[in-house]
Design a protein around this ligand. Structure first.
Ligand code: ADP
Ligand code: ADP
Length: 227
């Protein structure tokens, strides 16, 4: 586990010339479940992608633990990210999808097997390991995407609108499952959504963003209770 600190973090695209992330400061503690919430275009995803290293930092610093990671490549950040579109490989089985990252790193077969087994047990997808993504339901696919991210036992877990492609019933069910998963693993988690209900029901703390800035940070009670 690790904390994440954003210090005067800025993202500027030369094209539009404005700061889409405008000098934000945010501390996410070890084991916390932080939700970034706000309207479409407010900079949530850009912030998350900078933390993952998928987007460069224009100014400011990102700390993971004690270390500034601005120039550390994504694969060396000890972070896993889950996307809205699952990003599963269609021609690989569930097992192969989950083991892919470890295979690239030439992990030994027995370690790969036991890691996949452990994650698939937590997510209750053990019986699906031989299937291809097209043979799975939406909810099962999203569980595999979570499993793929979890097998690496990352220090930080990033989720970018992971439930927005699911139907309403499944979305509610998966909310509970992700919170339960976090309760079990206690991995530092940053979760992006535009859905206030999702933010309120999932986060241990919530960070409300607007136009590239942070409006408010606090527990669900603090943020959504009006005096
Ligand atoms: P959110 O995740 O909150 O919906 P984003 O972080 O995706 O918002 O986008 C923030 C702003 O940055 C938006 O105005 C978007 O149009 C802009 N943006 C995102 N990617 C690029 C890019 N590659 N070039 C220029 N502007 C971009
Ligand atoms: P690994 O399983 O080791 O993360 P991948 O090849 O799946 O290896 O991913 C390499 C990097 O690219 C990771 O940091 C991951 O977060 C990122 N990545 C994976 N899928 C996508 C995607 N669909 N869009 C953007 N980045 C992605």
């Amino acid at each position: 586990m690790a904390s994440v600190h954003l210090h005067n973090l800025i993202k500027r695209y030369e094209k539009n010339g404005m700061n889409v992330v405008n000098s934000i400061n945010l501390s996410i503690e070890d084991g916390e479940f932080m939700v970034l919430v706000g309207p479409s275009g407010c900079g949530k995803s850009t912030t998350l992608r900078m933390i993952a290293g998928l987007e460069s930092v224009s100014d400011g610093d990102i700390y993971i633990g004690e270390k500034i990671v601005n120039d550390v490549p994504p694969k060396q950040r000890d972070i896993s990210m889950v996307f809205q579109n699952y990003a599963l490989y269609p021609n690989m089985s569930v097992y192969e999808n989950m083991a892919f990252g470890m295979r690239l790193r030439k992990t030994e077969k027995h370690i790969m097997d036991s890691s996949v087994k452990q994650s698939s047990r937590v997510l209750e997808i053990e019986h699906l390991l031989e299937r291809k993504p097209r043979q799975l339901s939406g909810g099962q696919r999203q569980r595999v995407a979570l499993g793929r991210a979890l097998v690496r036992q990352p220090q930080v877990f990033l989720l970018d609108e992971p439930l927005s492609n699911l139907d309403a019933r499944l979305r509610v069910q998966m909310r509970t499952e992700i919170v339960e998963l976090h309760r079990q693993l206690a991995t530092t988690t940053i979760y992006v959504t535009h859905d206030q209900i999702e933010a309120m029901t999932m986060g241990t703390r919530i960070c409300i963003m607007k136009s590239g800035t942070i409006q408010q940070v606090g527990t669900p009670e603090e943020v959504y209770t009006r005096p």
